[in-house]
Design a protein around this ligand. Structure first.
Ligand SMILES: [Zn+2]
Ligand SMILES: [Zn+2]
Length: 350
């Protein structure tokens, strides 16, 4: 019996065009950005599947980062890539994500040897809207000096008006800014990534190891970030988040506040059916007292108008309190008499 390997002992390796997507899943992405990210990713995979060149050569890997970084999908050919469920978490562990990228490249990319040609040069997209909350500078410098342009093409995408593009510039020279982080902009962005992958896979026939030619940016949402052009003051656009549960159904939600001006204005409540709690305590946000908070928006599940905290400091929705009332914390199930009292907060960094 002849096995496949024996039949072709010197078989040429089927070269892949590896695409790494590093997606920021910090809580600041909650709402339209996250919907756009989830939908855009699924659409992209579908479109690549119907592109014969991409189908033949492209392989995708997905790395997400919030409190921790995870490789959700190892490098996988487009035709068998299953889009995973994305989960938001607390914090922006950019350093951990870059370190993970470095080790994945080392492990997953088939190198060119004397005997065979290895994979084409990978293309890595790093999408983030926030401030890194971990140590990221040393690994950023290492990616820039040892990987960018040499082992991989690395493209940074800062999404929303508050993304700090200078931090991305420390990683790579190719930085693109997304003007806003609305759902429609993410959809255009992923269309552009799809077109980039298509054009890179078409260019393979003409020798795939040259720098990739990125297609034109959709002007209404993306632009090449110019050096030294100041954007909004980061502080003015910073948000912080309370992690809360509904008293009635236990549902999880984020309460988003703006740090611009006091009292801090509540910008939104985001119900989430899944949240990655790992690394939550590593992301240190501002120290805030409840008296600094403006009125919250109603609970997204039961419309309770307030946010309260149990004696252990868990946040939950809360009815109007006119006299002391007995409530059970949906986190720790402890029943207590609640009155009105100020509480301190370690706001999660967005
Ligand atoms: Zn509620
Ligand atoms: Zn509690």
């Amino acid at each position: 019996m002849v096995t496949k390997d024996e039949a072709s002992p010197m078989s040429t390796y089927y070269r892949r065009l590896p695409i790494y997507l590093l997606l920021d899943c910090s809580e600041s992405m909650a709402g339209g950005s996250f919907d756009g990210l989830t939908l855009g990713l699924a659409t992209m995979v579908n479109e690549l599947r119907s592109d014969p060149m991409a189908l033949e050569s492209a392989a995708l890997s997905l790395i997400t980062f919030s409190g921790v970084a995870r490789q959700l999908v190892p490098l996988t050919e487009v035709f068998k890539f299953n889009v995973p469920r994305l989960k938001l978490g607390s914090g922006t562990a950019l350093g951990a994500a870059l370190a993970l990228l470095e080790s994945c490249l080392e492990r997953e990319i088939v190198k060119t040897t004397r005997e065979q040609k290895g994979d084409y040069k990978p293309v890595c997209f790093i999408v983030t809207d926030g401030e890194p909350t971990d140590v990221w500078e040393a690994i950023a410098d290492r990616i820039r000096t040892t990987i960018c342009g040499k082992k991989a093409n690395v493209i940074g995408i800062g999404c929303g008006p508050d993304a700090d593009l200078d931090k991305l510039r420390r990683v790579t020279d190719v930085v693109i800014s997304m003007n806003d982080s609305k759902e429609a902009s993410f959809s255009r962005f992923f269309k552009w990534v799809t077109a980039s992958v298509s054009s890179a896979s078409q260019a393979l026939e003409r020798g795939g190891d040259r720098p990739i030619n990125l297609p034109d940016l959709p002007a209404e949402c993306l632009e090449v970030a110019k050096k030294g052009v100041a954007r909004n003051q980061p502080e003015a656009g910073r948000h912080f988040f309370l992690h809360a549960r509904c008293l009635r159904n236990g549902g999880f939600f984020l309460v988003r506040y703006s740090l611009a001006g006091t009292p801090y204005k509540c910008l939104g409540v985001h119900p989430l059916d899944d949240f990655d709690m790992e690394g939550v305590n590593d992301a240190k946000g501002p120290q805030i007292g409840s008296e600094q908070l403006g009125d919250p928006l109603p609970c997204p599940y039961c419309k309770n108008p307030l946010v309260g905290a149990c004696s252990k400091g868990h946040f939950h929705c809360c009815p109007m309190i006119t006299e002391p009332i007995s409530l059970t914390c949906p986190w720790c199930k402890v029943t207590d008499i609640y009155g009105y009292a100020a509480f301190g907060i370690d706001g999660g960094a967005g």
